[in-house]
Design a protein around this ligand. Structure first.
Ligand code: GAP
Length: 452
């Protein structure tokens, strides 16, 4: 395994070289904290979103999907508390104008490496900070051609509110009853003062959020249920268990809306950090939207004849942060037959490419047979055909992309229609009948378990 200090540098370089993640607007010098997903990155991200959607929506009868708009009525952000409370205290160095989150300034010298989330700068001015000012993290823009206060709208800082304001639209359309949930994947925007650590904290990111509506009094039971479900999901995603833990929010950390909150944390190379939040939001949200919209958002249970404002248990995961976690957790280096190798041990379910198909040599009819197998396998899995260079180098290229299987057509294939299937992690090579490659891969994928 790469040393912890170097791991992030190596990963950032691999992401660029292999087309996982690029700096946004790179030819213009880049746009701070914005990133673009390249050909492999977009597949990985899509697979992670599908994995979440399958677990949270398609395999359940009690959760429905939603895709709400990013721009919403500005009163929503007053009701949610974001206009008044979604702020960070900010200070500026009077000398070099660098900006910090006041709660992250640990020393009294600008440029100190002690300032979390920011590299040391050349400025070493002592104690010359402005007074802390509150800075609202929501991005503002204007709806329509007139740029005045009456036309201000916000880019949503979380997807959750789009769910709350649609709760009864979804409930009625899908004939759900409480307890039930609504799930959504979508972009969110926060004008973070100190973004950083590659895609860990950015100003534009995607969330995968689920809001589960329950009867008051049953909320803590559901809260415990969702905590267990969500940590198990990361296990299925192939993240090592030893790198995950819960962190309970103490009274000073609890958000204004929450009665209880746990973060699922991952041990990133830079520290244990939040990957997902599981929150008991009480009836705060629906009460506030009732108050601000004038629409009664209480629920009437026609079996028990009770009327109440539902409590909400929220599971809120960052999609980009999960992609980063999957990459960090998968990154490994080893030595194979005296040659160093970089390998991404991604779970096959989320690997961007599932199989590489290789003719051993570019002659004797091998490319023709390999192309036929490639066409077959790609009908089921995202597959890559490669006939360039020594076979060992082709394997290495696929190892670095996280591809779990390598299918090689060799001299024996021409005699008995079998191929070798090489497994990325164990390096075991199995001879499999060419027409059985897909079921062979399916069996291996179903049995996959990530080792510690
Ligand atoms: N609706 C609740 C909510 O938004 P949050 O803890 O502020 O809760 C949830 O955000 C998740 O969204 C975080 O655990 C993280 O994974 C992701 N997230 C939040 N801010 C982010 C940022 N600036 N960049 C990348 N991901 C972020």
């Amino acid at each position: 395994m790469a040393s912890i200090e170097k791991l992030m540098d190596k990963l950032v370089s691999l992401c660029k070289r292999r087309g996982f993640i690029f700096q946004s607007s790179e030819i213009y010098g880049g746009l701070n904290s914005c990133y673009d997903y390249g050909p492999l990155g977009v597949e990985l991200k899509r697979n992670i979103k599908d994995f979440w959607w399958k677990a949270m929506v398609q395999s359940r009868d009690d959760i429905e999907g939603l895709d709400a708009s990013i721009l919403m009525h500005p009163r929503i952000w007053e009701a949610s508390g974001h206009v008044a409370n979604f702020t960070d205290p900010m200070v500026d160095c009077k000398e070099c104008k660098a900006r910090f989150r006041a709660d992250q300034v640990e020393g009294a010298m600008c440029g100190s490496p002690a300032y979390k989330g920011r590299k040391a700068s050349k400025c070493a001015t002592e104690g010359k900070f402005t007074e802390a000012r509150m800075f609202n993290l929501m991005f503002k823009t204007f709806m329509g051609p007139v740029e005045d206060a009456a036309n201000v709208v916000y880019l949503r800082p979380e997807t959750a509110q789009g769910i709350y304001v649609n709760v009864y639209n979804v409930m009625q359309a899908s004939r759900q009853k409480i307890p039930f949930g609504i799930a959504q994947i979508g972009k969110a925007f926060r004008n973070e003062i100190t973004p950083g650590n590659f895609t860990f904290r950015t100003r534009e990111f995607e969330q995968m959020e689920m809001q589960f509506f329950v009867k008051p009094g049953s909320d803590m039971e559901w809260f415990e249920y969702w905590k267990a479900q969500r940590i198990a999901w990361y296990d299925g995603l192939g993240i090592r268990k030893s790198k995950l833990r819960f962190h309970q929010h103490g009274p000073t950390e609890l958000a204004h809306y929450a009665a209880a909150a746990f973060d699922i944390e991952y041990e990133f190379p830079f520290d244990w950090k939040e990957l997902e939040g599981v929150h008991n939001r009480t009836d705060f949200d629906l009460k506030r939207h009732t108050e601000y919209s004038g629409k009664d958002l209480s629920y009437f249970d026609d079996t028990t004849r009770e009327k109440y404002i539902p409590y909400i248990i929220e599971t809120s995961a960052g999609c980009d942060r999960t992609v980063l976690t999957a990459l960090i957790d998968a990154y490994d280096e080893d030595v194979i037959e005296g040659e160093p190798r970089t390998v991404l041990r991604l779970a096959p379910a989320i690997a961007p490419i599932k199989a590489g198909v290789f003719p051993l040599v570019k002659k004797d009819g091998m490319p023709e047979v390999a192309t036929k197998i490639y066409q077959e396998v790609r009908r089921r899995f995202n597959t890559f055909y490669d006939d360039g260079g020594a076979i060992g180098r082709r394997y290495r290229r696929m190892d670095e992309a996280g591809t779990p299987f390598g299918i090689t057509v060799d001299g024996q294939t021409l005699k008995d229609q079998t191929v070798t299937v090489r497994e990325r992690d164990s390096l075991v090579q199995t001879r499999v009948a060419a027409d059985q490659v897909v079921p062979f891969m399916e069996g291996k994928m179903a049995a996959y378990r990530r080792g510690e």
